[in-house]
Design a protein around this ligand. Structure first.
Ligand code: XMP
Length: 318
């Protein structure tokens, strides 16, 4: 019978067998469930010989980098936080095409990660939080199927650094990963976090990206996500986020005419992200979030709600 406890015991024993007594292991942490569970499992097996690297790409949610890093440290993980925001902004400057932005973000991530990984002496292994659905997906991507969106990972890095790859969650489905994480003491805020794309706010700012736009979107997004938590709706939707549109619209404040940015709120219900329905959030809730954003975020004067389902729309706008 599969139980998370049995899985942990078996995986820890196998990792201790496979990884040599002096080998150091590197793992990219993202704040997501999979990489976090992989980290806890490896930490249980080899302690501080697991070196976690958590990169701030400047495209995370408001205060996410600090709070997630704090959670990791609280769990006793050996993790280095690297703030590379400026490098990412520089790589993104002037880019507007979604795929170009994804490529620039992916490339910069590999550069930053590679540089940090080289600082770890005796590094022999690259650990990854790959889970079973990722294994299936990467097989199909290699086949004749077309990639609709290029999902970035640390592709090419193991070869470049002569690292062997270890993927302790390869045989698990998402719900099993959560059970294992729970057994290992992963806190609720990470265990039940919505999926968040690797390129982050980089694909939720339509058009070109500037640090000012990132800050504007982070403020609006934090209001939306906080409201979902406060009303108990967070766990009822599969994913939620805010999109900064590349247009301005006319508004009025006092007796002044304004001409400012528009944000779209997106929330969906889904099982696996392959199909999704727009979440039928209560009107009162939407009204409250809209008022808060327009009143509190200088520079935004209009909020709209995305009522498109997937297919034919996608969850993200880019
Ligand atoms: P779409 O927009 O294709 O999104 O309906 C499905 C799920 O995938 C996430 N997504 C990404 N995740 N890199 C990622 O790591 C990406 O480039 C990317 N694009 C979309 C999206 O947030 C949703 O959960």
């Amino acid at each position: 019978d599969w139980t998370p406890e049995h899985f942990v015991d078996g995986a820890v024993a196998a990792l201790q067998q496979t990884i040599g007594p002096d080998d150091q292991v590197i793992l990219g942490l993202s704040g997501g469930v999979d990489s976090s569970v992989a980290a806890l499992l490896l930490h249980r097996a080899i302690g501080p010989r697991l070196h976690g690297i958590f990169v701030n790409n400047g495209l995370l949610r408001k205060e996410e980098f600090e709070s997630v890093l704090h959670s990791y440290q609280g769990l006793g993980l050996n993790v280095t936080g690297v703030d590379a925001s400026e490098e990412f902004y520089a790589a993104l400057r002037g880019l507007t095409d979604p795929e170009h932005k994804r490529k620039a973000i992916g490339r910069t991530f590999i550069e930053v990660f590679d540089r940090e990984a080289h600082k770890v002496e005796g590094a022999k292994w690259l650990a990854q939080g790959t889970i079973y659905p990722d294994v299936i997906e990467s097989v199909s991507v290699k086949g004749p199927a077309v990639t609709i969106k290029s999902h970035h990972n640390v592709g090419g890095l193991p070869e470049r650094m002569h690292l062997k790859v270890v993927e302790p969650l390869r045989m698990l489905f998402k719900d099993e990963v959560r059970e294992v994480g729970d057994t290992l003491g992963l806190p609720h805020n990470i265990l039940h976090r919505h999926p968040f794309p690797g390129p982050g706010l980089g694909i939720r700012i339509l058009g070109d990206i500037t640090p000012e736009k990132v800050r504007l979107l982070q403020e609006a997004d934090a209001i939306f996500i906080d409201a979902l938590h406060r009303t108990g709706l967070y766990d009822k939707v599969w994913q939620a986020g805010t999109i900064l549109l590349p247009i301005q619209s006319v508004g009025v404040m006092g007796d002044e005419r304004t001409y400012e940015q528009v944000v779209a709120l997106r929330a969906v219900t889904s099982v696996d992200g392959m199909t999704a329905d727009w979440a039928h959030l209560p009107y009162e809730f939407l009204a409250d979030v809209s008022n808060r954003i327009i009143n509190q975020v200088r520079g935004i004067n209009r909020v709209v709600y995305d009522i498109s389902s997937k297919p034919p729309a996608t969850i993200e706008w880019e």
